[in-house]
Ligand binder design. Sequence first.
Ligand code: SF4
Length: 76
Amino acid sequence: MVKYKVEVDRQTCIATGACYATDSAHYESDEKQKSKVVGGETDESKSVRVFDDDNLEDAQAVAKACPVSAITVTQL
Ligand code: SF4
C-alpha cells in the first residue's frame, strides 16, 4: 500500500475527458465535463484526495497523459 495525493487543477483542465475515460478509480467528470478526483474535496479551482492503495502508477500515468498538465500526483 502506498499513500499518495492526487490533485486536479480545475482552472487549467480543458475538459477533454481523457483522465476519467482511462482511470475511473481516480477521476470522474463533473456536470461541465471537467475532471474531479473520485471521493475528493472539490471546488471551482481544485479537487484533491489522499489515496492509500496500490494504484499509484495508474494515477501517475494518467497525470502524465493530461494534455495541459492539470493533474499532480505526489507520493506521501
Ligand atoms: S485529462 Fe486533463 S484536461 Fe482532460 S479532463 Fe482530465 S484533467 Fe482535464
